[in-house]
Write a protein that binds this ligand. Structure first.
Ligand code: ATP
Ligand code: MG
Length: 451
């Protein structure tokens, strides 16, 4: 490969808008280019000041103007354009202080985190500017700090989390000094804003290799810092039930979910579904097997704490919690239809596909092998059959409502709700009862109890 890279025509076009201003493609897009991959978004560095960039384009959003960044929308693409910067102090270890502009691209590149992220492509020519041999490290598949790792991690405690995230995403190794510097940087990482940690953890879990990143987190102490509840699962062996301790089981389950491209909710639930086990573990009466009664409840409580601490959005957290709470579901062929309907109601029909995926992941994490494809077939078939017969699953599916009851002799008040729930129970067991007449008759009988 020469020092010239092939540049997308649209980038050349954009460069012409910058007429005369220095412009470079930087960051992940260059990394992707060197890896021969397409990249979704483009980060650009320029000598032009943000105010100038804002004048050059019609649609510009000052997304990070404090840090010299604006977002340009151009022909359906979103471009992050940042004026050359120099490393500024992180006095609180959380976020950089005032931005300082740099005179040249080389200075801008020297403040970047890893060599693989510190190459630039000059636009429109396509010349590679690579003062830290990022291309060589990409070829060697190595993540290496730009400069001394201890210093760079002391400047910004997020960088260790980024290092393991990239290891998970790219399957690269951490270079020795870079890896060795992480334990000493943990006190700096501890002061990083929760949202920034969350975003890196999220990308780790969203990657193809979450287990790889999480094992690196364990090895370096990041896991104990960021997810102490999960770190505590190491060495919790499950004699008689599992080949793996609770942590390895969680990592294998999460990894399987990633390999199957399951949703982030399922991956997260796979990682946390057994996190309550250390707290509830007891020996059985014979004294030779461990029991974990009600661990799903403890797991859900701990997961809630973790996700709130990391400031995950509530709607996302709620779905993960429901998956964790329901992950112990079991099914027997001799269940009556009503029992199947109650199972669906309890889990929530919308959650079933993911709950089944979680079970596959759980299974893979228990055996360390591909789960039996027929594992959930009987239950899936049964659910489909039962739903095709009747969809009475909630009060709104009943053939009457509270007003109907009150027009038929039930006095307003809490009895209305109680009677409606009893009617739902009856209709769930026997959908044939779900018509106005029958329900009113049953309601009349129940109502007598309250006279
Ligand atoms: P991706 O967009 O796939 O997450 P990326 O490498 O583009 O990967 P970004 O977070 O978008 O990562 O950052 C863009 C670039 O900014 C990085 O490639 C790196 O050069 C630089 N950078 C980002 N965060 C830091 C940081 N905490 N310290 C130093 N440089 C950073
Ligand atoms: Mg990026």
């Amino acid at each position: 490969m020469g020092n010239r890279l092939r540049v997308a025509p649209l980038l050349k076009e954009i460069a012409s808008v910058f007429a005369g201003r220095e412009l470079y493609l930087v960051g992940g897009a260059v990394r992707d280019l060197l890896l021969g991959r397409e990249s979704a978004d483009w980060d650009l560095a320029t000598s032009a000041r943000p105010e100038e960039v804002m004048k050059l384009f019609k649609r510009v959003i000052p997304t990070g103007i404090k840090h010299g960044t604006v977002t340009v929308r151009y022909k359906g693409k979103s471009l992050e354009v940042t004026t050359f910067r120099t490393e500024s102090a992180y006095s609180d270890g959380r976020r950089p202080d005032e931005v300082q502009y740099a005179a040249a691209i080389e200075e801008d590149l020297s403040r970047r985190d890893f060599t693989m992220n510190s190459a630039a492509v000059k636009l429109p020519e396509g010349t590679l500017i690579d003062p830290f041999d990022g291309r060589g490290d990409i070829k060697r598949r190595i993540i290496r700090s730009v400069g001394r790792a201890e210093e760079r991690f002391a400047e910004d405690g997020l960088r260790p989390m980024r290092a393991v995230r990239f290891a998970a995403q790219l399957g690269f190794e951490l270079e020795g000094d870079t890896l060795a510097a992480i334990p000493g940087a943990l006190s700096t990482t501890a002061r990083v804003a929760a949202e920034r940690i969350r975003d890196e953890l999220d990308k780790t879990i969203a990657s193809f290799n979450p287990r790889r990143g999480l094992l690196l987190m364990e090895e370096t102490g990041l896991l104990r810092l960021v997810l102490p509840e999960l770190a505590a699962c190491r060495g919790i062996e499950q004699r008689g039930r599992h080949r793996f301790d609770v942590l390895d089981h969680a990592l294998l389950s999460c990894d399987y979910a990633a390999k199957q491209d399951f949703s982030r909710e399922v991956r997260m639930a796979a990682l946390f579904h057994d996190i309550g086990k250390p707290a509830v573990r007891r020996l059985d009466e014979a004294g030779d097997q461990w029991t974990f009664y009600n661990h799903e409840r403890e797991s859900s409580a701990l997961t809630r704490g973790i996700m709130q601490r990391l400031k995950y959005p509530n709607a996302f957290t709620d779905r993960v919690l429901r998956l964790v709470e329901e992950h112990m579901f079991h099914y027997e062929e001799n269940w009556k239809d009503g029992a199947v309907r109650r199972f669906i109601m309890r889990a929530g029909e919308d959650l079933l596909p993911e709950l089944f995926q979680l079970r596959l992941a759980d299974n893979a994490g228990t055996s360390g092998a591909e789960p039996d494809p027929a594992l959930l077939l009987p239950l899936r078939r049964r659910v489909d059959a039962v739903l095709s017969r009747s969809r009475v699953l909630s009060l709104k599916d009943l053939a009457l409502n509270g007003d109907d009851l009150m027009l038929n002799g039930v006095s307003p008040g809490k009895h209305v709700g109680i009677i409606l729930r009893e009617l739902l129970e009856a209709a769930v067991d026997d959908p044939a009862l779900n018509n106005r007449e029958k329900l009113l008759e049953i309601a009349g009988n129940i109502n007598k109890r309250y006279q």
